[in-house]
Unconditional design. Structure first.
Length: 270
């Protein structure tokens, strides 16, 4: 994978570019015509989100696709099953490892990730949207786990988290597309807007996040990821432990002081 950086702070990772401004990172998949993902795209997505974890100048991230034809139009079927001459041993014995690592790089990104779904999210698109923390969508966007229609199986686990057990099974078994408005009604999507307003809407949410303590955001993201599938008592005890960790940072006291003094907080990363 070729990586290059520009003078304006943009990093190009082949089919993916990363731009950081005012504590918000924008990760854009640009693979015409419909942003379908192949191995190179998955590796680039993994590299992009992993790179954000050690950046103090990033407090929130936006994940979107270039253009308006698709957020991610699924897997590139032309590349499906193609083996590389220099294929790493890990991929020889586990053909799904690159896709998983790309998905988990979004799930485990240290900062909250907002999906700005600029068009249909099909197959892998649903999976990646489901790995994000907050979703906003263009009004023409559709979501579909269509893999069964082309002899594959998809990410039902992410879909079930988004829409619930029975709706997920309906979409998964029938291989149907569902409009963004329907997922908004089900609570999976924060807001549905005209495509020309999509990025501004996502950026507004990102700015709200970036105004919060970067330490608190990272601990909150890690805590929510850890407790998501735990039993209630164990989950709440884990959250208490994270609260006690947060109390050891000066940002915690600064948050309370700023709130009481009705001023903007001054985060110090300590």
């Amino acid at each position: 994978m070729t990586t290059s950086s520009t003078s304006d702070g943009r990093t190009d990772l082949g089919p993916v570019r990363v731009e950081v401004s005012d504590f918000v990172a924008t990760v854009t998949l640009d693979r015409p015509p419909v942003n379908a993902v192949d191995r190179a795209a998955l590796v680039a997505i993994r590299s992009a989100f992993t790179s954000l974890n050690e950046r103090r100048d990033v407090r929130a991230a936006i994940f979107t696709g270039a253009g308006t034809r698709a957020f991610i139009g699924g897997a590139d079927l032309d590349s499906y099953g193609v083996r590389l001459d220099d294929e790493p041993p890990s991929e020889t014995v586990d053909m799904g490892v690159v896709a998983r690592e790309a998905l988990w790089s979004v799930t485990d990104c240290a900062v909250p990730v907002i999906a700005a779904v600029n068009g249909p999210a099909i197959g892998a698109g649903v999976a990646f949207a489901g790995c994000c923390d907050i979703i906003v969508a263009a009004d023409h966007a559709q979501f579909g786990a269509l893999e069964i229609n082309v002899g594959l199986l998809g990410a039902s686990a992410q879909l079930s988290l988004m829409v619930g057990r029975h709706k997920a099974r309906e979409m998964y078994f029938l291989g149907e597309k569902v409009d963004a408005e329907e997922l908004h009604r089900l609570g999976a999507i924060r807001e549905v807007v005209p495509v020309e307003k999509l990025y501004a809407t996502a950026h507004e949410v990102a700015v709200q996040l970036a105004a919060k303590s970067p330490i608190a955001l990272r601990l909150a993201k890690e805590a929510m990821n850890r407790v998501e599938f735990l039993p209630l008592k164990e989950a709440y005890r884990t959250e208490q432990d994270y609260t006690n960790r947060l109390l050891t940072y000066s940002d915690s006291a600064e948050a309370r002081a700023a709130y009481l003094e009705k001023r903007k907080p001054d985060w110090q990363w300590r």
